[in-house]
Ligand binder design. Structure first.
Ligand SMILES: C[S@@+](CC[C@H](N)C(=O)[O-])C[C@H]1O[C@@H](n2cnc3c(N)ncnc32)[C@H](O)[C@@H]1O
Length: 179
């Protein structure tokens, strides 16, 4: 996997704008680069990775930070409980997908995005600011593993869950939704 997709603090600031976001949850830790950047911006970062060795490498990379929880497992299974615990304004950075030989998937979908989104929308605190950033717009609907993932299907997921989108934008290959 290349270096594309890494979030910098500058971009994170541009994403959250003036919102008082306290927590970032990342799906797909990989080597922990975006995790590390997020940990310098937010009070706490949760990140979820299905490959134990990648999680270990990420922990090593972030060893100087004490505000990160590294979850091991399938986002689809873990998210309901984790989201239940997050009551603060949150940036949901959705980036889990099989993306190279050292990465993996949950055996059912290579891109679990729509299931992740549904779990978050069902369990999140709707009384605070929530920002969703979904990575890799260039891949949406372009390959078999991204089939069904589109701006339309993502927006439909918000509609079905009764969550109103206030503003949306596409920038730097990321689709960001403000609710
Ligand atoms: C594109 S990489 C993440 C990059 C990372 N967010 C960053 O910005 O540096 C995607 C990661 O998601 C992981 N992954 C794929 N499916 C997953 C799932 N169902 N649950 C947890 N992690 C998953 C892969 O093993 C891979 O490490």
């Amino acid at each position: 996997m290349g270096k594309t997709g890494l979030l910098t603090q500058e971009e994170l600031q541009d994403i959250i704008k003036d919102k008082k976001i306290k927590v970032m949850l990342e799906t797909g830790t990989y080597l922990g680069d975006s995790t590390l950047e997020g940990s310098k911006m937010f009070e706490h970062v949760h990140t979820i990775e299905i490959v134990p060795e990648l999680r270990e490498q990420a922990i090593e990379k972030c060893k100087d930070r004490d505000n990160i929880t590294f979850h091991l497992g399938d986002t689809v299974k873990l998210l309901p409980n984790i989201v239940d615990e997050i009551r603060e304004p949150c940036l949901w950075f959705l980036d889990a997908h099989q993306s190279g030989p050292e990465t993996s998937n949950n055996g059912e979908e290579w891109v679990p995005l729509l299931k992740e989104l549904a779990a978050i929308l069902e369990h999140m605190n709707r009384d605070v600011d929530n920002v969703f950033t979904i990575d890799d717009v260039r891949l949406f609907s372009k390959h078999w593993d991204w089939e069904g993932v589109s701006i339309k299907s993502i927006e439909e997921c918000f509609r079905v869950h009764g969550v109103e989108i206030k503003y949306r934008r596409i920038k730097n290959d990321r689709f960001t939704v403000y609710v």
